[in-house]
Design a protein around this ligand. Structure first.
Ligand code: AMP
Ligand code: GLY
Length: 424
């Protein structure tokens, strides 16, 4: 079967790499892809929001399965466009992708179906939000309702900061229409865990857990980013917590979406925080995580195409998901200055060092080819270097060894990825 993957990041590289191992995959395409993805798939110059062009391509290239990696096309309804044309596609429809597309929607869903989450209020009026914030308990969290590349969340320490935050989100519209509505929620403390779950509309099966490092700088300092590295599994996500979440979060979310007439088929990413009162949902995403995918898929033993098909066909209950016992750590190599201002277009050297090294992965995020065939930096997050190991400590050592195999000007990374779990 020919397969098309939509997206161009490290997540899509990891998906394409995993799909390439499937016995069901013949020719693999990726739109638009990047330099690294072109090693396992043919890259097609169509961007992720050109739904009709993507569907035309799928028709003309006999694509048996399209996999959507990114949030924007999912929230924009790419799956609906493909389905209307009778094309097989993996991902939630628009009416289900709203679980990520609107934080106000997801918070109301959790409230209605008694799924544990932070207490909250929603506002469409900046003055009313400010009035509410006068009497609030600090710190408190302000969230733009819509998609904002993971950057629309502000943790504010006092009323003055809160007022500035409201101005940024609702008046200056730093994240555009995403700030038309905001969620103000209780500040929670605890370890964060990301759990990506396969869903077939009725059944939900969690993959191995992961923990992301969202801040740009060591010691969790600096701005929030899309993610600077992560590890899998999270030793803090115990079997007991996993079974609590299965009953109180995952199954309930699936049932809630069905009840609302929004059957969720695809990958549901549940961002959890393990508070002293128990696990609570921080956010849902309607897709694989980036870089979570770069530590979860290297551990997955199943043929991923079979799992995608089981989700589409409503047969996920027949799938036994299996993950390697080995741990995996991913360190993101970024362009210095990310997530604000950074230069790109620098040559990346040393990529060949990964050839034939089992258990080491170099997933490309922001890269492209120069006209003379060199690989250049082309984004904030450039590469995700993942490595397996018998323990988290060993996987971490391996990942930090491998980051030295590649070089480019302005190469930047955090040095403390997985430090907290060095003894596991
Ligand atoms: P979100 O996009 O909603 O996951 O938020 C991004 C990040 O902001 C999370 O991963 C947390 O680190 C932080 N965050 C979000 N909501 C809260 C909260 N209620 N309390 C504490 N931190 C939060
Ligand atoms: N790493 C967080 C995300 O994919 O949204």
């Amino acid at each position: 079967m020919n397969i098309l993957i939509i997206g161009s990041g490290g997540r899509e590289h990891a998906i394409a790499w995993k799909v390439a191992q499937s016995k069901k995959a013949d020719k693999i395409y990726c739109a638009p892809g990047n330099a690294g993805i072109s090693e396992v798939a043919e890259c097609v110059p169509i961007t992720a929001m050109e739904f009709d062009k993507l569907a035309d391509f799928a028709e003309s290239h006999d694509i048996g399965l399209t996999i959507v990696g990114m949030d924007d096309p999912l929230v924009g309804g790419v799956v609906d466009v493909f389905e209307k044309r009778g094309l097989r596609v993996f991902g939630p429809r628009k009416n289900a992708a709203i679980i990520e597309g609107s934080k106000a929607f997801s918070k109301e869903l959790m409230k209605k179906y008694d799924i544990p989450t932070a207490a909250f209020e929603t506002f469409t009026d900046a003055d009313k939000a400010i009035e509410y914030l006068k009497g609030a308990k600090y710190p408190i969290v302000l969230k733009a309702d819509g998609l904002a590349l993971g950057k629309g969340v502000l943790i504010v320490q006092n009323f003055d900061e809160a007022k500035d935050g409201i101005k940024e989100l609702m008046i200056d519209k730093k994240f555009g229409a995403a700030g038309n509505e905001i969620v103000i929620e209780e500040f929670l403390t605890g370890r964060e865990v990301s759990v990506l779950c396969f869903c077939d509309g009725t059944n939900i099966k969690p993959m191995a857990s992961a923990q992301d490092h969202k801040r740009a700088k060591d010691g969790d300092q600096g701005l929030n980013t899309g993610g600077m590295g992560n590890f899998s599994p999270s030793p803090f996500y115990t079997d007991e917590i996993a079974s609590f979440c299965m009953e109180n979060v995952y199954k309930k979310t699936m049932a809630a979406m069905k009840q609302e007439g929004r059957d969720f088929v695809g990958v549901l990413f549940v961002g959890l925080i393990l508070t002293p009162e128990g696990p609570k949902v921080l956010e849902y995403n309607c897709r694989f995580g980036d870089p979570e995918t770069q530590v979860v898929l290297p551990r997955m033993e199943n043929d991923i195409v079979e799992v995608f098909e089981a989700c589409i066909d409503g047969k996920l209950d027949q799938v036994d998901l299996k993950f390697k016992r080995e741990a995996c750590v991913c360190v993101v190599l970024a362009s210095d200055g990310y997530p604000v201002k950074y230069e790109k277009g620098f040559e990346i050297t040393g990529l060949e060092n990964f050839k034939g090294k089992e258990g080491y992965y170099c997933f490309h995020a922001g890269t492209k080819f120069s006209e003379d065939g060199k690989v250049l930096t082309n984004g904030g997050r450039v590469l995700g270097i993942s490595a397996l190991g018998e323990t988290l400590r060993e996987a971490r050592e391996n990942a930090y060894k491998a980051v030295e195999w590649v070089n480019f000007d302005n190469k930047y990374m955090r040095h403390d990825i997985a430090n907290a779990v060095i003894n596991y």
